[in-house]
Design a protein around this ligand. Structure first.
Ligand SMILES: [Zn+2]
Length: 129
């Protein structure tokens, strides 16, 4: 049992004082309902926390999906949050997942403009409009 889960259920902590402070602060955002962890915010609904294995499955379902929409980056995380799921490193995981997707790497749009300095505009008179 993780220290977070143990603290939420029993309010017991066996870690060092520095870890206790960190765990207490983080654990306020989580609750256990029917033995399943949920995260909540001030104004957000409860979101079911997923294990890494289930998170990977959910990522592949949303990214590849029935129609294979191949949405990228934060949009995947936003869509998963809308469906009521959460895990702590979801944005980083979505970025990694898209980098591994071969279709996204081959068929994504590439900017063709050259890198150059932006020209500076100078006013001919002070406070000129
Ligand atoms: Zn893709």
């Amino acid at each position: 049992m993780s220290p977070y889960r143990r603290y939420i259920i029993d309010h017991t902590l066996l870690e060092s004082p520095e870890d206790v402070k960190h765990i207490k602060k983080k654990a306020n955002w989580y609750t256990i309902v029917d033995e399943k962890p949920y995260r909540h915010g001030y104004s957000t609904s409860y979101r079911r926390c997923l294990t890494p294995k289930k998170a990977d499955y959910k990522l592949s379902k949303v990214h590849l999906g029935i129609c294979g929409s191949h949405i990228v980056g934060k949009n995947i995380a936003f869509k998963i949050i809308q469906q009521g799921y959460y895990w702590p490193v979801m944005k980083q995981d979505t970025m990694k997942f898209v980098k591994k997707c071969e279709n996204c790497q081959v068929h994504s749009s590439i900017p063709h403009s050259l890198h150059m300095k932006l020209p500076t505009l100078q006013a001919s008179w002070t406070f000129a409009q």
